[in-house]
Design a protein around this ligand. Structure first.
Ligand SMILES: Nc1ncnc2c1ncn2[C@@H]1O[C@H](COP(=O)(O)OP(=O)(O)OP(=O)(O)O)[C@@H](O)[C@H]1O
Ligand SMILES: [Mg+2]
Length: 493
């Protein structure tokens, strides 16, 4: 059974129970008031009909009834009637006695000119002794007894008591009020039911259809939480689960694409030197290298291809270890000024050999400390300088290396005046295997791992690496490393 039906049943059950409860209370009240369950049908009239008078009034009425039966003519004695009336007045009731159509005695309690006409006709069987009547807005209850005088003329005694207009109003409105009450109960029930279904069932439906969408592999929808209650929180949790799933799905897809790319790049970059080596070895085997010079050239080419393969495999291995966080970093506080000066000293020979003018600008004063893994940072610098040399213009080759510092960061910049990198390539040069020269010609570039390795190493230092470049003007690569605070808690200047 669905929650919707269960709730509908429980609400209806509550409604029925409340109605039964009202009816039961009303009937118990009636029984308590009238002692008669039969009169329940006339619930709103019965009380006054059965008990129109007070106890005292009732005694007087019984007395007069007895007189009417035993000695009816006595009921023409005005002195006696006034006496009765006086007693009744104390009970807020009054006496009316008639003989045929004319009143013999009319109490002045009521001041009601229409009283005579409002009273019921004769009924000598006295079927209904007690009842009520209205004159205008006023409401009266009475006890009546019809009898015959000794001369055979009919007479009646009425003991009348005026009831409050409010009671009369209630009496009149009781059926309407009851219907209204039941109506309000039903409407309130329906409204509650609607409210609950809206805040509870609808979000559940939404959740179910979302779960179905996920089952069918669609993760790109958005689930809006409809409220702040528990159901809303459930929707929120569901939405964050969907988000997580979508993200991991995207990552998985991206990983798959990366893996395929990686395999295709590795096979391409390995195949080229292997094909070359194979070709030259076949040349040697087939006797093409028939002079010692040719043989020398062939062997040198084979050697350089083997070296480039070795470099590629080495880079690949390092990159994959860095990527998998399996390459441990060994940090020590290093003065970057000393470090850069040593590195430049090592590079100088190679640079001068290639005709590159090297400028070294140390814009700091004193020592500049960073936590550095020496070997890895050196590798980064080699990769960057290697690129600068590789992509250099032929004439007027210049490389400027600068070290700057501020409160937080130490920045090393490598600025060349090479061919530069286009705007669309610039954001990708730190990606693995990315080369601006897309044909992957091995004579004009490497495998595209140099900067990817540099990026992993700098990231491993908690630093930043980025490039600025203009096609035809040159490229600047910046490395930013966190500045170390010395033991005295001060920064080194
Ligand atoms: N200084 C530079 N001037 C011009 N282009 C550059 C420079 N440095 C990098 N690039 C471009 O960025 C690409 C990626 O550089 P990266 O060092 O990662 O790869 P690579 O030099 O091609 O190969 P590897 O370094 O693995 O031998 C290069 O192919 C080149 O197109
Ligand atoms: Mg490179």
């Amino acid at each position: 059974m669905s929650i919707r039906i269960k709730m509908l049943l429980s609400f209806t059950g509550m409604l029925v129970i409340s109605l039964l409860f009202i009816l039961l209370t009303a009937s118990l009240y009636t029984i308590a008031a009238t002692g008669d369950l039969q009169s329940f049908r006339d619930i709103y009239k019965v009380h006054y009909q059965i008990n129109p008078l007070t106890e005292q009034g009732e005694t007087i009425f019984q007395e007069m009834k007895f007189t009417a039966k035993s000695d009816p003519d006595e009921l023409q004695d005005k002195v006696l009637l006034r006496e009765y009336d006086m007693k009744l007045r104390a009970e807020k009731s009054g006496l009316y006695v008639r003989r045929e159509d004319s009143p013999i005695f009319e109490s002045r309690t009521f001041h009601q000119p229409g009283l005579g006409q409002a009273l019921p006709a004769y009924d000598l069987n006295n079927n209904q002794i007690r009842s009520t009547f209205n004159i205008g807005e006023r409401f009266y209850a009475y006890a009546k007894f019809d009898f015959q005088y000794s001369d055979g003329e009919r007479g009646s005694i009425f003991v009348i008591r005026e009831r409050s207009p409010f009671a009369e109003l209630t009496r009149k409105l009781l059926p309407v009020m009851s219907l209204l009450l039941i109506g309000v109960l039903i409407i309130a029930n329906l409204l509650l039911f609607r409210w609950i279904t809206r805040s509870f069932i609808q979000p559940l439906h939404q959740l179910r259809s979302s779960a179905e969408q996920i089952k069918n592999g669609n993760l790109s929808f958005k689930l809006e939480p409809s409220s702040n209650d528990e159901v809303g929180q459930l929707s929120e949790a569901f939405e964050s689960m969907r988000n997580q799933l979508q993200r991991s799905n995207e990552l998985r897809q991206q990983d798959e694409i990366n893996r395929r790319e990686l395999i295709s790049n590795i096979s391409h970059d390995l195949r080229t030197p292997i094909t070359n080596i194979k070709g030259y070895i076949e040349g040697i085997r087939d006797g093409v290298a028939n002079t010692p010079e040719k043989m020398d050239t062939y062997v040198n080419i084979i050697h350089s291809k083997a070296v480039s393969m070795d470099k590629l495999v080495d880079e690949l291995f390092l990159y994959s270890k860095l990527d998998l966080n399996q390459e441990p970093f060994v940090f020590s506080p290093v003065d970057l000024v000393d470090f850069m000066e040593d590195s430049i000293e090592e590079l100088r020979y190679d640079l001068e050999d290639k005709g590159v003018g090297l400028e070294w600008h140390n814009r700091t004063s004193g020592s500049v400390l960073s936590a550095v893994d020496l070997d890895k940072l050196k590798r980064t610098i080699v990769n960057i300088v290697d690129n600068a040399l590789k992509y250099m213009n032929d004439d007027d080759k210049r490389l400027r290396i600068t070290l700057e510092t501020n409160q937080e960061w130490n920045t090393i910049t490598f600025q060349d005046n090479g061919k530069g990198i286009s705007e669309e390539d610039l954001p990708h040069i730190f990606e693995r295997f990315y080369r601006a020269e897309h044909s992957r010609n091995s004579s004009t570039g490497g495998s595209g791992l140099g900067l990817a390795i540099a990026h992993q190493i700098v990231a491993g230092h908690g630093g930043l690496i980025w490039a600025e470049s203009k096609l035809g003007e040159g490229t600047s690569i910046h490395i930013q490393l966190k500045r170390l605070i010395d033991e005295r808690g001060k920064k080194h200047d």
